[in-house]
Ligand binder design. Sequence first.
Ligand SMILES: [Zn+2]
Length: 85
Amino acid sequence: MLSAEFSCEQVLAMLNEYVDGVLSPDLCKELEAHMRECRNCYVLVDSLRKTIILYRKLDPPEMPQEVETRLFRVLNLEEFITEPE
Ligand SMILES: [Zn+2]
């Protein structure tokens, strides 16, 4: 069912790098593809997003705007999660 090559464990291991903006574009695409198809990882990243929002209320954001935009875009793709090919 999952077309992404990564396991959930691998996604979680790369999530910090993804959020820090140091992950390569190719790996970012793989990560995003996995999150679109994997409900577990989607929920986890959604929790991360909420943490980021809380964090930003306390301190100036350290997350690059581009990365945050990518992350939020992934999280807004719920319609793609329901019908994996
Ligand atoms: Zn997963």
